[in-house]
Design a protein around this ligand. Structure first.
Ligand code: NI
Length: 138
């Protein structure tokens, strides 16, 4: 029997939406107030959804293992950081779309105890972002 498991995590980080490939005017036109030179912060809610066969213990995967991986590989990397300074965003603008892809890729590469379905970020009360890998492309 296959089931899905979704777990929520919280972390805080700051970012500035700015691309070195564009002029200051183009950045301002593209990113608006999110291009403010001083950046701004978000309290992100991250949802990680995994799936798999329900095992003999009645679980898709042990939450202790999932929490340990996310703590070590995601929260320690991104919590209370300026996303613009991190290697994950050396080449890409730290929009929450790109943050979703970065987190998905880390989980996809390293978490082997269940199948990764998707990650979902709530950035504010008004917007959220999901990424489920290239397979899901329409
Ligand atoms: Ni923002």
């Amino acid at each position: 029997m296959k089931a899905h498991l979704t777990r929520r995590y919280k972390f805080s980080a700051s970012h500035r939406l700015h691309s070195d490939a564009m002029s200051d005017a183009e950045n301002a036109a593209t990113y608006g107030k999110c291009n403010n030179p001083f950046g701004h912060g978000h309290n992100y809610t991250l949802e990680v959804t995994v799936s798999g066969q329900v095992d003999e213990n009645g679980m898709v995967c042990n939450l202790v293992d999932l929490d340990g991986f996310v703590e070590r590989e995601i929260l320690e990397r991104f919590d209370v950081q300026n996303l613009n300074t991190l290697p994950e965003f050396a080449e890409t603008v730290p929009t929450t779309e790109n943050l979703s892809i970065a987190v998905y890729d880390i989980l996809q590469r390293g978490f082997r105890l269940a199948h990764l379905e998707r990650v979902r970020f709530e950035e504010t009360l008004m917007n959220s972002f999901e990424y489920a890998g290239e397979k899901q492309k329409l």
